[in-house]
Each structure stands twice: as C-alpha cells, then as structure tokens.
Design a protein around this ligand. Structure first.
Ligand SMILES: Nc1ncnc2c1ncn2[C@@H]1O[C@H](COP(=O)(O)OP(=O)(O)OP(=O)(O)O)[C@@H](O)[C@H]1O
Ligand SMILES: [Mg+2]
Length: 504
C-alpha cells in the first residue's frame, strides 16, 4: 500500500557526547514536499537515517499510515515504501544502470535475472518522471546528475513512495537543479511524499510545500513555505540575522603571486580539459572562476596544485617556476588547496579532529620540534581553530567520520586558511555548508585576500563569485572566454558560461 502518512514520534538519538535528535515530532504526507532545514550538525541526516532504518532511535517511534513500525535495516524501511537517496551515491561504477537498479533485488540473485525487464521498467519510470538515463550505460560514464537519477530510479523500482533526499542539489549545477525540481514536482503530482534537505534557502522556497527547522537536534519551528521568506527561515535556523553581503575594501594592486601560462591538462577520460589557459592572480585579490561544472575548472585547480599531470604550459608562484611540482612541494611553495572533493581528498575519515586539523602543518614549528609533536601546542592550536570556525564536535579526539558533513568542511577550511598561504585555490568552498558558516567563510576569504593572499576562487554559485571576486574569469570548454568585473550581471555571466565570447 502506498504511503499516506509517516510520523516520527518523540524521536531522540544519542551518540557518545551528543544528543543528535531531541524528542523530534515530524510528519509527512503523500503529495507534499517537506523541506528539512538546519545548521550543520543540527541533526537532519541522523533523523533521516533513523527513518530509513540505518540507525535505531534511542527513544521514540515511527508510524507508517498510522501503524507503528520497527526498522532493523533499510530493507525494512524499503518494504514499507521508504527510500533514501544519499549524498554519496552507493552505485557500482563498473555496472550498467540496469544492473545497478537490479542489484540486491531478490530476483537478481543468480544468473537468471532478466535485465531486459529491468531496462524496460527503467525506461518507463524515466518517461513518467523525466528521469532520463540510458539503462545500458555504464555508471562510471555518467555525469553526477545522471548517477543521482539512477539512485532515484533504484528507490522507485522498489516501489518507494516516500523519498528522502539528503542535500541532493549540492552536487548539481544550477541548470541541473532546475531539471531536478521538475522531477520532484512530477513525483509529487503522482502522489509520492518527499523530504528534501538543502542549505540553499531559495531552493527550499522554490520547491517545498512546508518547512521544518531543526536546531541542536530539536524542532524549533514549522511553517507553510508560502507563508514565509528566506530571511525568516534564516533567522529560525541560526537564531539571529544573517549577513549575506560583505563590505569589501578595495583591492590593493600588488605583485603577481600566481602566474599560469598556456596551461594544458587532461580530464580523467584522457581528453583535453584545460586548453592553454593563462591567468594571473595578484597578491591581495580574489580572481573568481565562473563556469558550469565540467568545463575544466576542477582539472585546472588540480593541475595548478600538482595533483594532475601538466601537459603543457607553466605555473609560477611568486615568480618561481613550480610547474610539475608535487603537491607536497606546492605546499612548501605556500600554496593551499581547498578541494571540491573534500570528503575524499581533504581528510582521513578514521583520524581524529585534531589529527585532521594538522594533517599538513604538522611538520612545521611550533607544532613540531625535532620530529616530535608538541602535544600541548597541537591541542591549543586545534582548539582555537575549532572555536574560531565553529566546528561542532564533541571533542578533539572524535573521529572525523562522526562529524556532520558541513562540520568536516569547516575543519578543512580552518586548516587551510590557518596556514596563511601565499596562494589559495578554493574550489566550491561553501558547498554543503550552512548559511551561518557560509557567512563566516566569506568573511575569512576576504580577510585573507586583504592580508595579501592571492585567491583563486572556483564556484558555480554566481552570487558567491560576484560577491567575493575582484575580477571574474569565465571558463567554457577548457578555455577562458573572458575576464570581467564583478559588477557584471548574472545574465551576462550566464551567457558567457554558455560559450558566448566577451570581446574586450
Ligand atoms: N555516527 C555518529 N557517531 C557519533 N556522532 C554522530 C554520528 N553521526 C552524527 N553524529 C553527530 O550528530 C550530530 C548531528 O549530525 P547530523 O549529521 O545529523 O547533522 P546534519 O544536520 O545532517 O548536518 P549537515 O548539514 O552538516 O549535514 C552532530 O553533532 C554529529 O557530530
Ligand atoms: Mg547532513
């Protein structure tokens, strides 16, 4: 029977040192999109993992269509019609779409699964909801947005009628978000219930019917989306006014700190991704790179910091040739990197907060003297970072994998910025970060720039690029199509991002 209502009653979840959910009451109905809002660490993902049978609540109960249910695992939740699409996809890259959809189904055991039947159903669901994806394509060949569709198809194939979407738009480009919203609207119109988590208030405003706000594990409010606005939602979430626009002192023109000449690099499929890109970033300025993802921004950043082979051209830092330097040598040269794939490249999940906070700096005094850690100095340093950047963690010894997504991001930012680098490459620095922390990170990036760091900012968030940059370079198909002032309108930037050259 499809889901009519799902209720969470008085749910609490305790982890060592943290009350992640505190007597939460929440309900969702067929045919509505409920947005769940809250700062990093507020308890959103934990609550959803309880609803999906991944965690057991410390207290409280779940009722589906009025009947109390008990989930021992996600399989139990799925059997009741509850599906969850995680931020980090759980697909097998070497399998086709149809094989991934069939994976784990009872009938898929053994060699007799009829993949043609699966493919047919995938096509039907695709046509019904706009979830277009080729059932025979290999998953690793799909763009991120398409992989997400496979995750949704997997849940629908199993007859889920409540879909939980934990920060689904964090991995999508602005254009993909619009398509994705179309899919959500169709799912809603067909009578499904949806729970949508996002840190972007305009998305919540655009797509949801109702908003519930969590703070410190508790429900602090619920409103009809129509009856509220972004400002009020921000206040409910953070408990104060949020500043979205920073005063920026004028840039002081100084020497070139990062010089990129005719740089060339390939993408993971060994195709040209960066085509003779030349850029200069001066000390004390933020050069923003705007572009739809997949146009070479990521490869550019990785090539510059020594994590991707340079096929041509050169990189100089403070006049010194650093082309073909290793990542460690780039760090020595004063280059800091905030990678886009922070969960993979930026941390060691099993290590503690303190260990991750000093992953790179630990060989430098004052934290280390003659190859020995000065543990007191390390602890003081890390405690200060955690406090300044508002990283919510029970302790400095907590393994990083136990932190909420946004708090892991803040920790990496704290580490990279605290090194006072000469050059900072920041890729999507506020993706997945809540609005309070975004405010803080923007402030710190501007401070860092005003203190003389050359910042190369890569972001798909045009408002962010315009608010922070002193100049904006637009990248399209591996090339810089123009460099424009930050006063350039979103429309004009959008045109350039679609490939229209700027003659100037
Ligand atoms: N497996 C775990 N073990 C210990 N503590 C955990 C675990 N999972 C989450 N926590 C803690 O529970 C709290 C809530 O985390 P949760 O991931 O639910 O936050 P969130 O609202 O989803 O945040 P974000 O917006 O950053 O994703 C945090 O303090 C987090 O450190
Ligand atoms: Mg979360």
């Amino acid at each position: 029977m499809p889901i009519q209502t799902v209720e969470l009653r008085n749910i609490s979840k305790r982890f060592p040192g943290v009350l992640a959910n505190d007597r939460v009451n929440l309900d969702v109905r067929a045919g509505e999109i409920l947005a769940l809002l809250g700062e990093n660490g507020a308890g959103k993902s934990t609550l959803m993992k309880i609803l999906y049978g991944m965690y057991h609540p410390t207290e409280g109960e779940i009722a589906v269509n009025g009947q109390v249910v008990q989930f021992k695992s996600p399989a139990d939740a799925l059997a009741q019609g509850i599906g969850m699409i995680h931020q980090h996809f759980q697909l097998v890259p070497g399998f086709t779409v149809a094989e991934n959809v069939a994976l784990g189904l009872k009938s898929s055991r053994g060699p007799l699964t009829d993949l043609n039947v699966v493919s047919q159903r995938v096509r039907e669901l695709g046509a019904q909801y706009g979830l277009h994806v080729d059932p025979n394509a290999l998953v690793w060949q799909l763009a991120v947005g398409q992989q997400q569709r496979v995750e949704i198809l997997k849940a629908l194939y199993r007859d889920a009628s409540l879909l939980i979407l934990d920060e689904p738009t964090a991995v999508l480009t602005p254009q993909e978000v619009q398509e994705f919203f179309g899919i959500l609207r169709r799912l809603r119109a067909a009578g499904n219930a949806l729970i949508f988590i996002s840190h972007k208030l305009y998305e919540v405003k655009a797509i949801s019917d109702r908003v519930v706000v969590l703070r410190d594990g508790r429900v602090v409010g619920g409103v009809a989306t129509q009856a509220t606005n972004q400002k009020e939602l921000a206040r409910m979430m953070v408990g104060r006014e949020v500043i979205t626009q920073w005063e920026k002192p004028a840039a002081q023109a100084r020497e070139t700190a990062l010089q990129i000449d005719k740089l060339q690099a390939l993408n993971d499929k060994q195709l040209p991704a960066v085509k003779e890109v030349s850029l200069q970033v001066r000390a004390g300025e933020i050069l923003g790179i705007a572009g739809v993802s997949g146009n070479g921004q990521r490869e550019l950043a990785e090539a510059v910091v020594g994590m991707r082979l340079i096929r041509g051209g050169s990189v100089r830092v403070n006049g010194k040739d650093v082309t073909h330097h290793s990542p460690a040598q780039m760090i020595q040269a004063g280059v800091a990197f905030i990678p886009e794939e922070r969960m993979v490249m930026g941390i060691v999940r099993e290590f503690s907060v303190a260990e991750n906070a000093i992953l790179i700096t630990h060989t430098e005094p004052p934290l280390s003297r003659r190859a020995l850690f000065d543990f007191r100095a390390v602890n003081t340093h890390v405690a200060r970072l955690v406090r300044e950047y508002d990283v919510r963690t029970p302790s400095l010894e907590t393994p990083v994998k136990n932190l909420s997504g946004g708090n892991i991001q803040k920790l990496i930012l704290a580490r990279e910025l605290s090194r006072s680098p000469r050059v900072l490459i920041a890729a999507q620095p506020t993706r997945g970060v809540d609005i309070g922390a975004t405010e803080y990170i923007h402030k710190r990036l501007i401070e860092q720039r005003s203190a003389g760091t050359a910042v190369l900012l890569i972001s798909e968030d045009l408002e962010e690029v315009r608010a922070l940059s002193d100049r904006i370079a637009v990248m399209y198909e591996g090339e810089i199509v123009g460099i424009v002032p930050p006063t350039t309108s979103v429309e004009e930037l959008g045109l350039m991002m679609a490939g229209a050259k700027k003659d100037s």
